[in-house]
Design a protein around this ligand. Structure first.
Ligand SMILES: [Zn+2]
Length: 334
């Protein structure tokens, strides 16, 4: 018999072991005077275990994670849980209401961590989230999608040089796994600096639900909770063997025009393979978009209107089977 869990206090409210509570943490007033609050559901397990946070919509227009958290909560009963789950489906409440990635002052919340109580609005929100949620946990999962008309193949980004982080990243079982250095100001950088192991899951595109990305995300989170021994069962669906990325590169437009893409997420491509064309509106002056090397398409734009230099296709080179995680290069940030 495991020990009974401890009560947890969030923003002045106490959640007892075996209890599930919905809380609203006040953030700031809008110019109209209305209070904006951070919605959070705390599931405090009856049995002792780690505290884990799951967050989404740090970028306000990235909604797949909002749905993933809802589905994880449907599967989570406080009586059967060991440890405490702190779920925050909408961190950037300002951006979510405006269907925008950013804060009203155009700041990126994921470049504003750890923030400060007297900083910009983004910095204050980052600080509130760190103090009330992140710093009360031993582990966290932050859910994202591609940005700016781009979609991502479901992928986990984490510090794979750390053995324990790598094991949890593998437990998530996303199709693709990459060692990614955390960008300055990101939630993952701030939480890792505080000694809290963190995974980022990236899947799909902004302002769209992607059913496959949501299902893989929900299963992945539940598998990580099982690996942490917070729940006894993991999803029955067969787990992917995550393919390990060695390095990634964006294929950029060499010319402005209209993009006709002829590839898809997850496609395995060979060096010099044609993946689409950029041409003028009549289809004249077509410039092929070719793969610079063998790889897997892990992201692409969905916007056919391209400017010279725009990022079109994100191509990953896979690591050889059995490659040591310490040999992996750091790839793009969160
Ligand atoms: Zn994001």
């Amino acid at each position: 018999m495991k020990h009974r869990n401890l009560p947890i206090e969030i923003a002045g409210s106490v959640v007892e072991p075996g209890q599930r509570k919905r809380l609203e943490i006040p953030v700031a007033r809008l110019p109209t005077g209305t209070w904006l609050a951070l919605p959070i559901v705390v599931v405090n397990g009856a049995k002792a275990g780690p505290n884990v946070w799951i967050s989404a919509a740090v970028h306000g227009d990235e909604v797949n994670g909002v749905e993933i958290i809802g589905q994880v909560l449907e599967e989570t009963e406080p009586a059967a849980l060991s440890g405490c789950l702190l779920t925050v489906p909408i961190v950037n409440v300002f951006g979510f209401n405006a269907q925008s990635r950013y804060l009203p002052d155009r700041r990126d919340l994921n470049r504003s961590f750890p923030g400060s109580a007297r900083g910009s609005l983004a910095g204050r929100l980052a600080n509130l989230f760190m103090q009330e949620v992140v710093l009360k946990c031993q582990f966290g999962i932050d859910l994202h999608t591609g940005s700016n008309h781009r979609t991502n193949l479901p992928q986990v980004r984490a510090n794979l040089h750390d053995e324990e982080t790598r094991q949890l990243a593998e437990a998530f079982a996303a199709p693709v796994l990459m060692h990614a250095s955390a960008i300055d100001g990101s939630l993952r950088k701030a939480s890792t600096a505080a000694g809290i192991r963190t995974l980022v899951y990236e899947a799909g595109e902004p302002l769209r639900f992607d059913d496959a990305a949501i299902r893989l995300g929900r299963d992945g989170v539940l598998r990580v909770l099982a690996a942490l021994k917070m729940r006894r069962t993991a999803p029955k669906r067969k787990a992917n063997h995550s393919e390990l990325v060695e390095k990634t590169a964006w294929i950029r437009a060499r010319h402005s025009g209209v993009l006709r893409l002829d590839t898809q997420l997850g496609a395995r491509v060979a060096a010099k393979e044609k993946l689409g064309v950029v041409a003028d509106v009549f289809g004249d002056d077509a410039w092929p978009v070719s793969a610079p090397s063998d790889g897997i398409v892990i992201g692409h734009t969905n916007n056919p209107l391209v400017q010279q230099g725009d990022a079109l296709i994100h191509l990953a080179t896979m690591a050889p089977e059995g490659a040591a995680p310490a040999s992996l290069l750091a790839t793009a940030g969160d």
